[in-house]
Ligand binder design. Structure first.
Ligand SMILES: C[S@@+](CC[C@H](N)C(=O)[O-])C[C@H]1O[C@@H](n2cnc3c(N)ncnc32)[C@H](O)[C@@H]1O
Length: 214
């Protein structure tokens, strides 16, 4: 798969990230071995940086997988904050629950099992930070729901917007053609969304950060 930055630059940047956290390291190893997509290290770092800067009270994640990013976010949240994460795969929910328990964060993280496409329209209370990391073909509709659930001044953080570089590639492998089209269509919507100040950064697999200004 193509990289946004070359592997030596990536290695150099990753060398600054200490990895003496056994639980996170085990989850990273499990994810790599079992091909579970989790946040790239640099993306996780940026996400954590924003959480520290913003100190959000209410956070929503769409796409828990095995709890890696949930743990990284929840560890940085204040005592009275709320963290909800939606996951549709029951197998992933089971693994995430185990990992979250190992991190002693079971009282801080609430996993909502089910399809976000069905769950989000029923949610009423707004969030100050939303992290969208689900199936790429669902991004547009999940983004629309997220906009309704995001407070004014709130931030949305979206992963994979450069999609291994394919969004800007002349030749896209057949296997990625469909998903690439979804991301390219989505990026136009994201960058032109009224009331949202949006930027896409070449970090990890491409990160979209939007601030709701209206
Ligand atoms: C890229 S992984 C999430 C990785 C995780 N955020 C991390 O960095 O550790 C995407 C996850 O989203 C889940 N997912 C995809 N579409 C979903 C949807 N519509 N509703 C709920 N979960 C969804 C998938 O089952 C998968 O576990």
């Amino acid at each position: 798969m193509a990289r946004i930055i070359n592997s030596s630059q990536e290695k150099y940047l990753d060398s600054f990230i200490s990895s003496n956290d056994n639980l996170l390291r085990n989850i990273e190893e499990y994810a790599e071995k079992n091909k579970v997509p989790i946040l790239a290290k640099q993306t996780a770092n940026l996400l954590e940086q924003l959480i520290v800067m913003m100190k959000p009270q209410r956070v929503l994640e769409i796409g828990t997988a095995i709890g890696y990013s949930s743990i990284r976010i929840a560890r940085l949240l204040g005592k009275n904050s709320t963290f909800h994460t939606i996951e549709k795969s029951s197998e992933n929910v089971k693994l995430a629950t185990e990992n979250i328990k190992k991190a002693s964060l079971q009282n801080k993280i609430k996993i909502i099992e089910g399809d976000a496409l069905r769950i989000m329209p029923q949610m009423k209370k707004k969030y100050d930070f939303i992290f969208l990391d689900a199936d790429k073909e669902d991004y547009k509709i999940l983004f629309d729901y997220s906009m309704l659930l995001l407070k004014k001044g709130g931030v949305i953080f979206i992963d994979n917007l450069l999609w291994h570089g394919y969004v800007a590639a002349k030749n896209v492998p057949a296997k990625y053609k469909n998903s690439t089209k979804h991301i390219k269509d989505f990026n136009r919507v994201f960058m032109m969304q009224p009331g949202l100040r949006s930027v896409i950064l070449p970090v990890g697999d491409g990160v979209g950060i939007g601030v709701k200004v209206l």
